[in-house]
Ligand binder design. Structure first.
Ligand SMILES: *Cc1c(COP(=O)(O)O)cnc(C)c1O
Length: 364
């Protein structure tokens, strides 16, 4: 039976990192530490309250959650924002979809700089937005002059910058982000610059957040997520900070009541426990720095990482290394660029298992 599928979807398969049942799962940058019993109890109690009101639609504009998110960002980054400057959705991937629904679309272009997050082209495709990838340097930094020239040439409506970037882990200096913002300001018709800080909380000391630039640049949007540092990937809560006018545009395209009462309750309960949930961020950072140093000491090349993973290589046959690790019960990720592998930072025990397996498989 021929399906009347959009032509650009023909023959495609759904996104999916393998969800395999192995003992050491270091493939999708999750936080390895589950919420504590106290956090679980508090979330469960608030979900019970929300459940009692599930006959009603939830607060469409989730103002209480937006207030909580603003308070959290003030504590985390020292940047004061009004609740009207916050947005949230079911994961930052839905936040990105809202952005492209509002600012992308047919006849418009979204631009990023590769290698970067593999989902961006899919968000563009799903919103009928033209997708273009400029280039990063071989050390995965972004040359401000290259960025400027590419933006001038492409005239995008949206620029997506992941910082810290996935899969490389590299954070962009604020000066580079400002160079992109300056180039974007020259685009006829305007251009929204989205800085995806999904891994923001893992940045090394002294690495600033693009939140600090929001006051100066009205077309800047900074996205965050509760999936990584908060260890709440299963809750599906991502959020965004931007000017109130930009947030209002997202309210037009979101589906009504997109954030369920249960999700709002989970997110708010978790935010009350932010310091406790993120207690492990410090040890994950330390574990990351140790992992990077260890891989380098074994002669491998590792990208500088401000995230909870490390990109390392290069291997003639990265697939064989990946498979060898999997055969030893360690699941990591084979991502582009060619010859590289990405390992998420797990617990001390998980990282020891990873190192032991890699020594065998790669004969280090
Ligand atoms: C993991 C990740 C996200 C988070 O996605 P959620 O939908 O919030 O779970 C966003 N951006 C990048 C670059 C990521 O790696």
């Amino acid at each position: 039976m021929p399906l009347p599928l959009r032509r650009e979807l023909a023959g495609l398969t759904p996104y999916g990192a393998p969800q395999l049942d192995v003992s050491v799962r270091l493939n999708v940058n999750e936080n390895p530490y589950p919420p504590s019993a106290a956090v679980v109890a508090d979330i469960a109690a608030d979900v019970a309250v929300a459940a009692a009101g599930l006959n009603r639609y939830p607060d469409r504009d989730f103002l209480a959650l937006r207030e909580d998110l603003a308070a959290y960002l003030l504590a985390e980054s020292g940047v004061a924002l009004a609740p009207a400057q916050l947005w949230a959705a079911n994961g930052s991937n839905e936040v990105m979809l809202h952005l492209l629904q509002a600012f992308g679309g047919p006849g418009r272009t979204a631009l990023s700089f590769a290698p970067t997050y593999s989902m961006y082209p899919e968000y563009a495709r799903d919103t009928a937005t033209t997708w273009l990838a400029g280039r990063r340097e071989t050390d995965f930094t972004l040359d401000p002059d290259v960025a400027h020239a590419t933006i001038a040439e492409v005239s995008p409506s949206v620029v997506l910058l992941a910082s810290p970037n996935n899969p490389t882990g590299t954070a962009l200096p604020l000066a580079t982000i400002e160079a992109v913002l300056a180039a974007a300001a020259e685009v006829t018709g305007g251009c929204v610059v989205v800085v995806d800080e999904a891994y923001g909380e893992f940045r090394r000391a002294g690495v600033p957040s693009a939140l600090e630039l929001l006051d100066t640049y009205p077309l800047l949007a900074v996205s965050r997520t509760m999936s990584k540092a908060f260890g709440l990937a299963g809750a599906r809560v991502g959020y965004l900070a931007a000017a109130p006018e930009l947030i209002d545009a997202l309210r037009i395209v979101r589906l009504p009541y997109h954030l369920s009462g249960v999700t709002q309750a989970v997110a708010r309960a978790a935010l009350r426990h932010a310091p406790e949930l993120m207690a492990q961020v410090g040890s994950l950072r330390a574990e990351r720095d140790e992992c990077v140093a260890w891989l380098r000491a074994r002669g491998l090349t590792v990208a500088d990482s401000d995230a909870n993973f490390a990109l390392f290589g290069t291997f003639d046959d990265a697939r064989a290394i990946w498979q060898g690790l999997l055969d030893r019960g360690v699941l990591i990720r084979e991502v582009g660029p060619y010859g590289w592998l990405r390992v998420s930072i797990g617990t001390r025990e998980e990282m020891a298992a990873f190192r032991a397996a890699l020594v065998e498989v790669a004969a280090l």
